[in-house]
Write a protein that binds this ligand. Structure first.
Ligand code: NAP
Length: 437
């Protein structure tokens, strides 16, 4: 029997478990660790609450999770409750699928000011991540600035723009919904340091922004390259740029009747955040593109900003004793191998890019590496060994059955038009595991 520990129960973790099952059938035993008592990582805490169809992929992960030889080991912090070397002593292979939960830093003066958030915190707040549930952003100001031209910037902009009715069917947590419904924000500026041809937004997600009831996005036609230049773009981005062109064509008279302005500001690099304790403006430098890069022109201006959310990408959290590539913000690895016996997958391996499905081949790739490195099992103690250690340390491990009780309790307390009301406190999650006993 081969014993595999997967650290992280998001998409990369479950796809790796699925691949290991396919490779070794009943001859493998897989423990999937998570620091929280609830599984699915990015799907629960990253994917936007109004994108329920994307979240539906958890049904597939559940099929994997319910197999006899797969176990969820929740509420265990690897690197704290148990170390990576300890797991290596117990399992043939340890696969780090810890994602990229930390913000890439914007690194401009004033980034510590109040009401300036990275997307990890802001998204975690509206998605009910226990670490960020108490963030309490102040939405009483007039203007929000969202930095970045990727899909996370779109998520944040859309969440700030939606009405109560537009949240129907979502699982946005109650505290965020209440706060958003009291929001006084009337203008959202989406700031991109490069131009329309360099956006990272995908067409479906950008198109959604054109269907919101309170706003019609504004793109300055002067920022758009000649239509003919779109021909050289890859089809996805060409389609996305098409949406920008349609936003630019919306008549001012239509926009004037709507209560919320959403404005794209291209060729605009953030240079500093200004405020006395709390942010009140952002200093921006106009840029031009030189060999694909944004280069400052020396022309500066300020945008009033009562809330700033920087959505400029993520990095992996280092784990003590695991080689880390600081510059790339992920574990140092060669195609997923950190060293024989220790591997990484998903964003912890590649950095924060690609869709959820991109993680699937990663899982199969890493299982292939494990098979090459260990043609036979090293006869480690596996889950029995971990259970002994957990008992010795008094760890309060949450199982998949426990999670199902948490899920049931979350469904039972949902608003009428919502699939669940998430617990945002770890103690409440743990309490829910004993409710049905
Ligand atoms: P992203 O796609 O890499 O976009 C990051 C954006 O931040 C880029 O526009 C980048 O501009 C900008 N940026 C980086 N550093 C900056 C700086 N110092 N100053 C100003 N701007 C800066 O990252 P993301 O939006 O966090 O998304 C992460 C991944 O998750 C992506 O693969 C995304 O597609 C995926 N995702 C998908 C969905 C969905 O499918 N519904 C939803 C959310 C996220 P430059 O290009 O100039 O560097």
């Amino acid at each position: 029997m081969r014993h595999i520990a997967i650290v992280g129960s998001g998409p990369a973790g479950y796809y790796t478990a699925e691949a290991a099952q396919k490779q070794w059938g009943d001859d493998v035993s897989i423990d999937i660790f998570d620091m929280l008592p609830v599984p699915y990582g990015l799907i629960r805490f990253g994917v936007a609450p109004d994108h329920q169809s994307i979240k539906g992929v958890t049904r597939r992960y559940e099929q994997t999770a319910l197999a006899e030889n797969v176990r969820f080991v929740g509420n265990v912090k690897v690197g704290q409750d148990v170390s990576v070397p300890e797991l290596q002593g117990l399992y043939d292979a340890v696969v780090l699928a810890t994602g990229a939960p930390r913000d890439r830093e914007i690194g401009v003066p004033g980034d510590h000011l109040k009401n300036v958030f990275g997307s990890a915190g802001f998204v975690g707040w509206y998605n009910g991540h226990p670490e960020f549930a108490a963030l309490d952003p102040d939405l009483s100001g007039h203007t929000a600035v969202v930095i970045g031209m990727g899909n996370v910037a779109l998520d944040v902009t859309r969440i700030l723009a939606k009405t109560r009715d537009e949240f129907a069917g979502s699982d946005i947590v109650g505290h965020a919904l209440d706060s958003l419904m009291g929001s006084k924000i009337r203008r959202i500026v989406v700031l991109g340091r490069r131009g329309p041809h360099q956006i990272m937004m995908t067409p479906k997600e950008l198109g959604e922004l054109g269907h919101l009831s309170r706003t019609a996005p504004w793109v300055n036609p002067r920022d758009l390259p000649d239509v003919g230049d779109d021909a050289m773009l890859e089809p996805g981005i060409r389609k996305a740029v098409g949406h920008l062109r349609s936003f630019a064509a919306i008549p001012e008279s239509h926009r004037a009747d709507l209560p919320l302005e959403v404005e794209f500001d291209f060729f605009a690099a953030p240079r500093g955040l200004i405020g006395d304790g709390k942010v009140s403006a952002i200093s921006v430098e106009r840029t031009r593109i030189d060999a694909g890069r944004a280069v400052g022109t020396g022309e500066f201006y300020e945008i009033p900003a009562d809330l700033v959310v920087s959505c400029i990408g993520y990095q992996t959290s280092p784990i003590a004793g695991v080689p880390f590539d600081e510059r790339a913000g992920r574990f140092a690895n060669d195609e997923g191998r950190i060293l024989p016996g220790l591997y990484c997958v998903g964003w912890a391996r590649r950095g924060p890019s690609g869709t959820i499905g991109t993680n699937r081949p990663d899982g199969f790739g890493v299982v292939e590496l494990i098979a090459q490195d260990f043609p036979a099992s090293a006869r480690k103690a596996g889950r029995a060994g971990f259970d002994e250690l957990a008992e010795r340390r008094g760890l309060d491990v949450v199982s998949f059955d426990d999670w199902k009780k948490i899920e049931e309790a979350e469904q039972a307390r949902a608003r009428d038009d919502a699939p669940r009301e998430k617990f945002v406190d770890v103690d409440d999650m743990i309490r829910a595991t004993s409710l049905a006993d």
